[in-house]
Design a binder for this molecule. Structure first.
Ligand code: NDP
Length: 412
């Protein structure tokens, strides 16, 4: 028996729910709770329409409100709460988990709504409380963060005595045939990409201007793609958990058109996250207006394509992996471990595109690791702090098979 309560009914949650429904030997009941219950109901229907029989319930909850969460958790009594809402809700959901005796898993670290700033300190601060309550919190269990940390842990366990250099390389070589769209929540995505770059070198964090450092990196089955150095949250935990690392960087590909649009969005103020006052027509009488506060980036999200609707016409594939340099038995060696995922394969299976798929599958496997007792340890943990082997095995079974190459030119 394992009861999972999933919060969120977006692209990532859709994939995770499909994957749980495919594994009824592990998951016996699922509740999907989100802002809008009808979205959860549609998801349950889509899963049932594909013939899956996992018992599922739905509920409406505002995950910013700890009291609402507590009422929900006490009524359902889940073993694990899988947070696939937005990074803003991480702390309220962790609070409610502690109050109700539930363990916790997420795919993105906490970010305050009014400050585009992500770091683990807020969530790591809960370590002692989770330990004392005998509850497990698994942080960052998507692809990156998530599989990127598990790949690193696997490399450290099997192939290196010391890791010296880590480059996480994330390529989306897909085409959704829209002029501009983001692959996951537009608000979170644009906040992330417009941040300053940050990488780790010789014990220091070095800041760069946003997307200022880039180079061609060659991806398997794809070829060379312009890849931009960005800050990414898993670097923070990986350099802490692997102190032999001298340099850690994260690279992501962007097309020229995407960057042009992004530039315009910023230049015209649509990436702003502060509230502005706007004279809006009244719902009852559009001839009259009233002052309302709107956040430009949240308004932009409302008019951009929904990442959940991109799958049907998405072709091409993603390729995400870790390129590692280090030493084994006194000799320098290099290692590359990666997964390629085709958007159309993801769409045919779950109705979602590859970016939601590569995040939702690891979230399901993380939940599986927890309910099977393999990744169950009181405290707050990043994924690389658990045994990577059983997780790596499941990646091959559930749609994200990995490949490895040894002693190659890492390019980066
Ligand atoms: P979506 O925007 O598609 O889905 C978010 C869901 O959360 C929606 O169902 C939304 O409901 C719900 N939600 C938002 N706010 C609240 C709230 N206050 N209370 C209850 N429900 C709420 O996002 P994605 O599925 O694309 O992303 C989900 C998470 O995965 C994000 O945290 C994202 O950062 C992370 N992610 C991680 C990746 C990784 O590799 N680690 C990669 C990609 C994403 P509604 O729409 O009804 O408002």
């Amino acid at each position: 028996m394992s009861r999972i309560l999933m919060i969120g009914a977006g692209g990532v949650a859709t994939v995770a729910a499909f994957k749980m429904a495919q594994n009824t030997d592990v998951f016996s009941e699922l509740m999907i709770a989100s802002h809008h219950k009808e979205k959860c109901d549609r998801l349950v229907k889509a899963i049932h329409d594909k013939g899956y029989t996992l018992p599922m319930k739905t509920a409406e909850v505002d995950a910013d409100d700890v009291e609402q969460l507590k009422t929900l958790f006490r009524s359902y009594l889940p073993d694990l709460v899988v947070n696939l809402a937005l990074p803003y809700q991480d702390l309220t959901i962790m609070e409610a988990c502690l109050a109700c005796g539930c363990s916790y898993l997420d795919t993105a670290n906490y970010e305050p709504k009014d400050e585009a700033h992500f770091e683990y300190s807020w969530q790591w601060a809960y370590k002692e409380k989770f330990e004392q309550a005998g509850l497990t919190a698994i942080l960052g269990c998507g692809f990156d963060p998530g599989v990127s940390g598990i790949y690193t842990a696997y490399a450290a366990k099997h192939y290196f005595d010391e890791i010296h250099q880590l480059d996480i390389v994330d390529c989306n070589a897909g085409n959704h045939h829209k002029a501009f769209a983001t692959n996951f929540n537009p608000e979170i995505n644009i906040r992330e990409i417009t941040q300053k770059g940050l990488y780790y070198k010789d014990g220091q964090w070095i800041e760069t201007e946003p997307l200022a450092v880039h180079r061609d990196i060659t991806y398997p089955n794809i070829g060379p793609r312009d890849s931009y150095l960005m800050h990414h949250e898993e670097l923070e935990s990986l350099v802490k958990n692997y102190p032999t690392i001298k340099q850690a960087r994260f690279w992501m590909t962007f097309g020229k058109q995407y960057l042009n649009y992004l530039d315009v969005i910023q230049q015209i103020g649509m990436a702003r996250i502060d509230a502005i006052s706007y004279e809006a027509p009244l719902t009852d009488d559009p001839t009259k207006t009233a002052k309302v506060n709107i956040v430009p980036l949240q308004f932009l999200k409302a008019v951009l394509p929904n990442p959940q609707d991109l799958g049907e016409n998405y072709d091409g594939e993603t390729s995400i992996g870790c390129r590692i340099r280090g030493v084994k038995d006194g000799k320098e060696r290099t290692y590359y471990v990666y997964n390629n995922c085709k958007h159309q394969d993801a769409y045919q299976e779950t109705g979602m595109q590859g970016v939601s798929y590569t995040t939702g599958v690891p979230a399901m496997i993380g939940a599986m690791m927890f309910v099977q007792g393999i990744w169950k340890r009181p405290g707050v943990w990043n994924v690389e702090e658990f045994d990577p082997d059983p997780f790596m095995e499941q990646l091959n079974i559930h749609g994200l098979p990995w490949n490895e190459e040894f002693d190659i030119d890492l390019e980066v």
